[in-house]
Design a protein around this ligand. Structure first.
Ligand SMILES: NC(=O)c1ccc[n+]([C@@H]2O[C@H](COP(=O)([O-])OP(=O)(O)OC[C@H]3O[C@@H](n4cnc5c(N)ncnc54)[C@H](O)[C@@H]3O)[C@@H](O)[C@H]2O)c1
Length: 391
């Protein structure tokens, strides 16, 4: 059995020969670290279109040091017969193009979130995967955490009875300068392609997906659809680079047998980052905020914690991708699951008529109280008894 330097044993043999597309930036280096320490992978190639950039060059050296090849364009990497799978960590607007080309070249694909930002693009990715007979998974590192899987099992074993309400609060903090860090940051379109880099597709996508999975019964991975959407989108940041929402307030009915109502607030304007999914049922409630909690009426609280291994990089997502390639199992973040999350978020833009209201930055200090009122009343800000004057 092959062991890595970290002493982790391999699940598959031989290891997956992977090519990393997108080397620097926020996430590429973390994927390289994962591949270096994970005995299920060997990085045989890497590619970036900015090889002259010192930061990119530093990451490229990590691959050449281990015997891998470096390319300046992804098409060349896809022609390398040693590469059997790719890990895509390029901006949103390139996900579909690169993933489809990878499938056409006969490679398996692990794509960064969001899978793509238009449902039609996701469908093209699914079709290309189908035609190639390869594995397609999305890098969503929170999916498959033991705290979440075990809570979901209890919920769908009937622990709180019928699920009536789902509340999602996904609060992030990003400075104005965050939207100037890359040309694609905060943009609706890039090079004529959908990019949709607002809070829903960039940050909250993890927890939107997680909420939909928690509320959905059935064999994992299953994700509910949504209907009867009501949406209010706002832009508080004073950055000319940000074209989309930094704050989203959404209500919907989920298409599960219980038909719970979902109320969601998401923002990058919260000084205290915090993520909480709450499910109210007939017999109690459940919370997930990184740990899972079950509060059934008249019974002691039950907690669900993560396995220590859940936090070794992105290991679960990567490992399930490796297992799917070698054994034919379904990866925990299979394309077919995540496409529902893209449909949900894209529908929010359509429902809002692509109307993103500019709101004053000073008002962000009132956002936590506003979110509380919106959640309690299950209304949009404009429908509160005393709506904010920007709503
Ligand atoms: N899962 C997470 O928690 C997480 C965290 C951060 C980013 N992401 C996702 O990862 C993706 C990349 O984000 P980022 O912040 O690292 O972006 P970035 O723009 O900072 O970096 C992207 C990298 O890809 C390279 N690149 C761009 N176009 C390319 C092309 N045509 N061919 C080859 N290389 C190209 C860039 O040179 C850069 O090195 C996005 O989809 C983002 O949403 C996920």
């Amino acid at each position: 059995m092959r062991m890595s330097e970290t002493g982790l044993s391999a699940l598959v043999s031989p290891p997956i020969r992977i090519g990393q597309i997108g080397l620097a930036g926020g996430i590429g280096p973390l994927h390289l670290t994962e591949q270096e320490k994970n005995p299920n992978f060997t990085t045989v190639a890497g590619c970036d279109n900015r090889l002259e950039d010192p930061n990119v060059a530093r990451q490229a050296e990590r691959i050449t040091f281990a015997g891998g090849k470096i390319y300046g364009d992804y098409q060349s990497l896809l022609r390398d017969p040693r590469v059997e799978a790719v890990c895509i960590a390029v901006p949103h607007f390139l996900h579909r193009e690169v993933a489809v080309a990878a499938f056409q070249a006969g490679k398996h694909v692990l794509c960064e979130k969001p899978m793509a930002t238009h449902p039609d693009e996701c469908r093209l990715m699914l079709q290309a995967r189908q035609a190639a007979g390869k594995v397609g998974a999305v890098q969503m590192q929170h999916v498959g955490r033991s705290s979440m899987l075990n809570l979901r099992k209890a919920l769908h074993g009937g622990a709180i009875g019928k699920i009536k309400e789902v509340f999602l609060s996904s609060l992030w903090w990003r400075e104005d300068s965050y939207y100037g860090r890359a040309a694609w940051a905060g943009k609706k379109m890039m090079q004529g392609q959908w990019n949709l880099d607002g809070v829903m597709f960039n940050q909250a996508v993890h927890f939107i997906n997680q909420s939909l999975i928690l509320a959905s019964p059935g064999e994992f991975p299953v994700v509910a659809g949504a209907r009867d959407l009501r949406v209010a989108l706002y832009r508080f940041h004073d950055s000319s680079e940000l074209e989309l929402e930094d704050t989203a307030i959404v209500q919907a009915m989920l298409d599960t047998p219980d038909h719970p109502r979902l109320t969601m607030v998401a923002t990058t304007c919260a000084r205290q980052e915090r993520h909480m999914i709450e499910l109210l049922g007939e017999k109690g409630r459940a919370l997930w905020n990184g740990s899972g909690y079950l509060l059934v009426d008249g019974q002691p609280e039950v907690e669900f914690h993560d396995d220590a291994r859940d936090f070794e990089g992105n290991m679960r997502t990567f490992n399930s991708f490796a297992l799917a390639i070698r054994t034919g199992s379904v990866p925990i973040t299979d394309f077919s699951q995540i496409v529902k999350t893209t449909e949900f978020i894209f529908s929010c833009y359509e429902k809002a008529g692509w109307n993103i209201k500019k709101a004053p930055w000073a008002a962000t200090e009132h956002l936590p109280a506003l979110f509380q009122r919106v959640s309690t009343g299950r209304v949009l800000p404009g429908e509160l008894d005393t709506p904010p004057d920007w709503a």
